[in-house]
Design a protein around this ligand. Structure first.
Ligand SMILES: *[C@@H]1O[C@H](CO)[C@@H](O)[C@H](O)[C@H]1NC(C)=O
Ligand SMILES: *[C@@H]1O[C@H](CO)[C@@H](O)[C@H](O)[C@H]1NC(C)=O
Ligand SMILES: *[C@@H]1O[C@H](CO)[C@@H](O)[C@H](O)[C@H]1NC(C)=O
Ligand SMILES: *[C@@H]1O[C@H](CO)[C@@H](O)[C@H](O)[C@H]1NC(C)=O
Ligand SMILES: *[C@@H]1O[C@H](CO)[C@@H](O)[C@H](O)[C@H]1NC(C)=O
Ligand SMILES: *[C@@H]1O[C@H](CO)[C@@H](O)[C@H](O)[C@H]1NC(C)=O
Length: 930
């Protein structure tokens, strides 16, 4: 179960080559204890108490059934992790001994040889303790004890206004299951979120070591490599003709002798030395040694997926003594690229191209604008120590397979391990990364700020060398929340803003700028950007907030609308430079539900399924002020008003009502329609934001909410817990293709516009066709074909037509739009998109539908499924049984009469290949049948 130790060390683990003694505390036989609950069981490091209780069969799988509610006692209890007497330690007067914890979750009193050595209060920090003198006085082999205090209890204690430690009368939070999360530095979603459970686990969740150093020996705690163009400043596009500078530093334990220096060797892909030699300007201070080197050669640049190769270099960084003997060495895999979040004012040149005034808000990679296609990442599990490298790699591969080039690592999970960034470097996936603050106004007392500074500095330095690292954002949605509050009550927002700026525009901005020149910083995920940026000012960035000029466009958008009548009304979507959050929820598959809840609960709105819906509120624009009025519902009637009610309203409005008598069939029908609605709504927005690249708003990004799930529940995800792709993930894969054709329909007037959009960096040329069919699959009149040409990252209107003037009944008509195009270098692209003017909830449409008589066959030899249809089949859906993880090369597609071949990309198969015989196929037609 605890296979992931390596995951947190990373592919290229920090490693020192000297002969110091390191004892991995993960190898010791720990005990997990709670005397008042009469529990004493074997424990692990790294782990969480929940996982050790599970391992010892004290509890069942926490995410099964009602575990979220029934296991609160674990979160409210105090747990102690006890090590055995640790043997093998050297006791000699010239040895220094340290405890190094790469992460403790969260509040622990630590004792060593029965002496208290310190307390911890931040899940995200690395902690070190010098225990040299305690060890020298210890009369027996020493043992360690970590006594954890309940995080929810501690949060309430620190948030209590009568407690002077952190009390903050102006603080507030969007509140979920446990309250006062803002007063503690722990994964904020551990206290519940609208897509997740609240377990608030405790434990030594990252590797831990005892380190013993002799004279001149040092231990590497952390290291940082910053690669930038000479003269580059954060947030500003650098001069691409300047040479590269590699700045590197190492944070260490121990004492460096005088005359210590640094040297590096950088190897290219072919194993040749690209650069080798000493670093200049070496400075040693405060446990850190830093130096830099000017690169006098031209490296092969790193590019994100779809825009070039992911060229990587292996770097060895060494600390050397005066005789050039290596004292410590660190391996890192690096890449040369610049990435900037450009928020500059719209230039005259841009205006002359038709771009609306205001400010930019887009990414530039190596000096090129890029359209970012992607999604938002939430924690993979409530218990990180059991997340495997396979789980992480599958998500990255799935994002890449869905034509995504960016993920936003959302601000209230955890900082991710190096392994995740290493994989993203390899696959070319940009990671917009966030510091862990979300939907709350946080305290700003000095002790809180210094705790936060330590946390941020550790991860900013740890991750900076990854070419996939695209941005540091300070928080999730807090600026948006402040803007909403300012509009309601400008007076009372003044002090909130000061507090906000202290944390996000002073402390955290400086922590990024002090440690990196290569990475841009944005205080908040959703923002109207800055008004001014001056690196020499004490507060370099001045935010725009809602000081907007009419007719100007700024910043990025965060948009949710649960009124289903507006879902396909394109004029209701936000018009911004970038769309960083939007989406709708849906049910996970029957297979995923069946692994997570008892069989008796596997039916429409069963009480367990209702309890998994944590999206209680009807109006999300109140997300911040909801602290005043906690959204937790009183009863099941109220629960069904929020998320569950929205799912029903949306599906009833657009799809046939399931009239299945069989409970399973009826539930499966609801799952399927919620997944279609989610996919269609998200796709409609993605198409609109992509089209915006060629309109005045010059939109250059669309990241839907959310990529993955933490458990089985009705959520916004496109991939279910366990890895099964929802219909949305296939839908996103399709609409994120480089060149797409899409309909933009105005229901009121009946006007259909068809546009072709391309995010390629070279122009494309080709043809677009529009063909009408009736539901039997018979071609209707009035098809059309035309030449199309689209410039780099642009869109073109192909047709505008009046559907009310067509010579056939719209309730028996579907248009198939398609584009075939060629890039300058000869590479070919194609895309098709169905368009139907009248929703399937219409009785007349339902009467006109034909049974496609779908047939599925499998060829063992070709490892290919073939679907055969005899009429138009909408959202043809292949489902595989549990026991296999992977994805179909196509799914959720439409068919005209004919055949379609589909393969399956397998990551893991526990069925020895038997699963292929249990794949099913269905389509919208099946919903209309009893
Ligand atoms: C947990 O420890 C704290 C601090 O010592 C104490 O106040 C609290 O009562 C303990 N809780 C339980 C359930 O024992
Ligand atoms: C260790 O023992 C020495 C001598 O008894 C004493 O002076 C010193 O304070 C002790 N140190 C600790 C950390 O207990
Ligand atoms: C870097 O080192 C790793 C591990 O030794 C090796 O697998 C990889 O091929 C190297 N990559 C380059 C670019 O040299
Ligand atoms: C070392 O730390 C001290 C105290 O925090 C600080 O004043 C000083 O600037 C630091 N030195 C360097 C070179 O960072
Ligand atoms: C559920 O709560 C709502 C509002 O709090 C209340 O109006 C309703 O009567 C309650 N329903 C039941 C069945 O208790
Ligand atoms: C069948 O599902 C629909 C929603 O799709 C729901 O309204 C209805 O209550 C369900 N019927 C049964 C018997 O579960």
């Amino acid at each position: 179960m605890f296979v992931s130790v390596a995951a947190f060390l990373g592919l290229f683990a920090v490693a020192a080559v000297t002969s110091e003694t390191i004892i991995d505390l993960g190898d010791e036989r720990w005990i997990l204890q709670n005397p008042s609950l009469d529990i004493s069981v074997p424990g692990s490091v790294p782990s969480h108490a929940h996982l050790d209780l599970l391992e010892n069969k004290i509890i069942d799988e926490p995410t099964y059934g009602l575990g979220d509610l029934e296991l609160r006692w674990i979160a409210y209890a105090n747990w102690t992790y006890l090590s055995p007497a640790i043997s093998g330690l050297i006791t000699s007067s010239d040895i220094s001994t340290y405890l190094v914890f790469n992460g403790i979750d969260t509040f622990a009193n630590i004792s060593f040889c029965d002496q208290s050595i310190g307390t911890t209060n931040n899940q995200f920090r690395q902690w070190t303790f010098d225990v040299t003198s305690i060890l020298s006085n210890c009369t027996k082999p020493p043992a360690l004890a970590l006594s954890f205090i309940s995080a929810p209890v501690m949060a309430n204690y620190l948030g209590n206004l009568s407690n002077p430690t952190l009390n903050c009368s102006t603080c507030f939070e969007a509140q979920y299951e446990f309250t006062d999360r803002l007063f503690i530095r722990k994964e904020q979603s551990d206290f519940g979120w609208d897509w997740g459970p609240a377990f608030a686990p405790a434990g030594i969740w990252q590797p831990a070591y005892i380190v013993q150093l002799k004279h001149k020996e040092i231990y590497v705690l952390n290291s940082m490599v910053d690669i930038y163009r000479r003269g580059q400043l954060n947030n500003l596009p650098p001069d691409q003709t300047e040479p590269w500078i590699v700045n590197a530093s190492v944070d260490y334990l121990g004492a460096l002798p005088d005359g210590t220096g640094m040297r590096t060797t950088i190897m290219d892909t072919s194993g040749q030395i690209f650069l080798s030699g000493p670093l200049s300007d070496v400075i040693t201070a405060n446990g850190t040694i830093t130096g830099d080197v000017l690169v006098d050669k031209t490296p092969d640049l790193w590019w994100p997926s779809g825009h070039g190769d992911q060229n990587l270099y292996n770097m060895t960084l060494e600390i050397v003594d005066g005789q050039n003997k290596s004292l410590a060495s660190v391996q890192k895999r690096i890449g040369f690229r610049t990435i900037v979040l450009n928020q500059g004012v719209i230039t005259d040149e841009q205006s002359s191209q038709g771009i609306a005034p205001g400010a930019n808000w887009h990414f530039e990679i190596n000096g090129h604008e890029i359209f970012c296609k992607g999604s938002n990442l939430v924690p993979l599990d409530p218990f990180w120590p059991r997340v495997t490298e396979d789980d992480m790699e599958f998500l990255i591969k799935s994002a890449i397979a869905a034509n995504q080039n960016m993920l936003r690592v959302w601000a209230s999970g955890s900082y991710l391990p190096d392994f995740f960034y290493d994989m993203a470097d390899e696959y070319g996936l940009l990671l917009w990364s966030e510091l862990e603050f979300s939907d709350a106004l946080y305290p700003t007392v000095p002790s809180f700020l210094s705790n936060v500074r330590e946390e941020a500095q550790y991860h900013i330095r740890r991750l900076n060398h990854h070419p996939s690292l695209a941005l540091w954002a300070g928080n999730n949605e807090i600026e948006l929340g402040l803007d909403i509050l300012t509009e309601e009550d400008p007076e009372s927002t003044v002090s909130a803003k000061q507090q906000y700026e202290k944390l996000f525009l002073d402390v955290l901005l400086h922590t990024v700028y002090d440690n990196s020149r290569s990475i841009s910083y944005s205080p908040s995920s959703t923002t109207n950007g800055y008004i001014s940026l001056n690196h020499s000012a004490p507060l370099p960035m001045v935010e725009r907030y809602i000081n907007l000029s009419a007719g100007s466009i700024y910043g990025d958008s965060d948009y949710y609308n649960y009124d289903p009548t507006q879902a396909f009304n394109i004029s209701s979507y936000p018009v911004a430079r970038f769309a960083n959050e939007f989406g709708f929820h849906s049910q996970p598959s029957y297979q995923t539900w069946s692994s997570s809840i008892p069989a008796s609960e596997l039916h429409f709105n069963s009480s367990t399924i209702l309890s998994r819906n944590h999206h209680y509120t009807l109006n999300t624009s109140t997300f911040l002020t909801s602290a005043v009025d906690p959204p937790v519902p009183e009863n099941q009637t109220e629960m069904s008003l929020g998320g569950m009610g929205q799912l029903s309203q949306a599906t009833l409005m657009y799809f046939p009502v399931a009239r299945k008598l069989d409970r399973r069939a009826n539930f499966t029908a609801q799952i399927y329609t919620t997944q279609i609605f989610q996919s269609e709504f998200d796709r409609s927005q993605i198409a609109a934001y992509r089209r915006g690249s060629g309109q005045a708003q010059r939109t250059l990004g669309a990241l839907y909410w959310q990529l993955n799930d933490i458990w089985a529940a009705p959520t916004w995800s496109s991939i279910e817990v366990g890895g099964r792709w929802k219909l949305l993930h296939y839908g996103a894969r399709d609409i994120f293709k480089p060149v797409v054709i899409a309909p933009y329909f105005d229901v009121e007037s009946g006007t259909l516009e068809v546009w072709v959009t391309s995010d390629l960096w070279q122009p494309i040329n080709g043809s677009a066709t529009l063909r009408w069919y009736d539901w039997s699959g018979k071609a209707l009149a009035n098809g059309t074909e035309t030449h199309v040409q689209v410039g780099p990252i642009n869109s073109t209107s192909v047709w505008t037509l009046n559907t009310t003037a067509l010579p056939f009944a719209l309730d028996n008509a579907v248009a198939i739009l398609s584009v075939d195009a060629t890039r300058q270098d000869g590479k070919k692209y194609n895309h098709t998109h169905p368009f139907y003017p009248i929703p399937f909830s219409s009785d007349r449409v339902q009467q006109n539908l034909h049974d496609p008589k779908l047939r599925l066959s499998y060829s063992v030899k070709q490892q290919t499924f073939t679907v055969e249809s005899q009429a138009v089949a909408a959202w043809v859906w292949l489902e595989h049984p549990v026991g296999v993880r992977g994805y179909f090369t196509d799914n959720g597609f439409w068919m005209l009469p004919g055949k379609r071949d589909v393969q399956f990309v397998t990551q893991r198969d526990d069925t020895k290949g038997e699963w292929v015989h249990e794949v099913t196929v269905s389509s919208l037609w099946d919903l209309t049948q009893p």
